[in-house]
Design a protein around this ligand. Sequence first.
Ligand SMILES: [Fe+2]
Length: 307
Amino acid sequence: MRHPVLTALGLGAAAGVGALAWAHLETSMYTLREVSVPVLPPGQPDLRILHISDLHLTPSQEGKIAWVRSLADLQPDLVVDTGDNMAHVDVLPSLEFALAPLLELPGAFVMGSNDYFAPSFKNPARYLQADARIGRSVEPTPLPADKLAATMTAAGWKDLTNRRDTVVADGRRISLVGVDDPHLDRDEFPAPVPASGATSDLRLGVTHAPYTRVLDQMHEDGSDVILAGHTHGGQLCLPFYGALVTNCDVDRGRAKGLHGWPGARPDAAGGEDSTWMHVCAGLGTSPYAPVRFACRPEATLLTLTAR
Ligand SMILES: [Fe+2]
């Protein structure tokens, strides 16, 4: 008869293999999350924003490419891409094909570290560090971020790399402010604009990584909604506990989804002085860590409604 300890070890190993297999499978369970944000001035009709992030695309990911293309069927009023689009040096043509239907809509973007540099193998234990930049040593391979930005701006999308801009979506004038990737310390918050008399229906702040210094700046700058990616929602989550890490200095509780910044949601008691913040858990992973657990890859359709 088998020793009970061996039986327990065998069961544990089987469970581990099963969890790993599931976590790999989950990376292709693309999910559209829908969120309502009561932020518009009273009387305004709804405004729909599609938030995509962290595609980490490789040329062979045909399922992801088709799913991203299909998002255009939603016909959002505005598309916001919060970066980390690429995970392969030759992926730009595939990425442009994936985004092509969305590029026909009004849009805006910022870049993430995985638009500038190709992914590389990292010690998996680093995942549990609060800031996974620690210990980086190998010279990274550049990615064609400039060409991607040129494609997006040629389509009319607004480049928010340490810039302000405006976009008209569904007849509404939206003021935009964005920063380059704070995870690479490239963020330089744009100077305030002198009052011009032009009014906006909405003010959006856009950043790849939701570092608290940038969230504070956007809050002080008067953003109505802040959009960010980067966290992958924690990527490996525990049921009933959530994200273990955020890979930046925002707290685990705000690793994904709709929240307030700096405090409670603006629609909650005591949240009057807070800005809405949406963190997208993103659609991909590094090719060297192709696992997600209890954290499906997602894009989010935000329906902005009147307060
Ligand atoms: Fe990412």
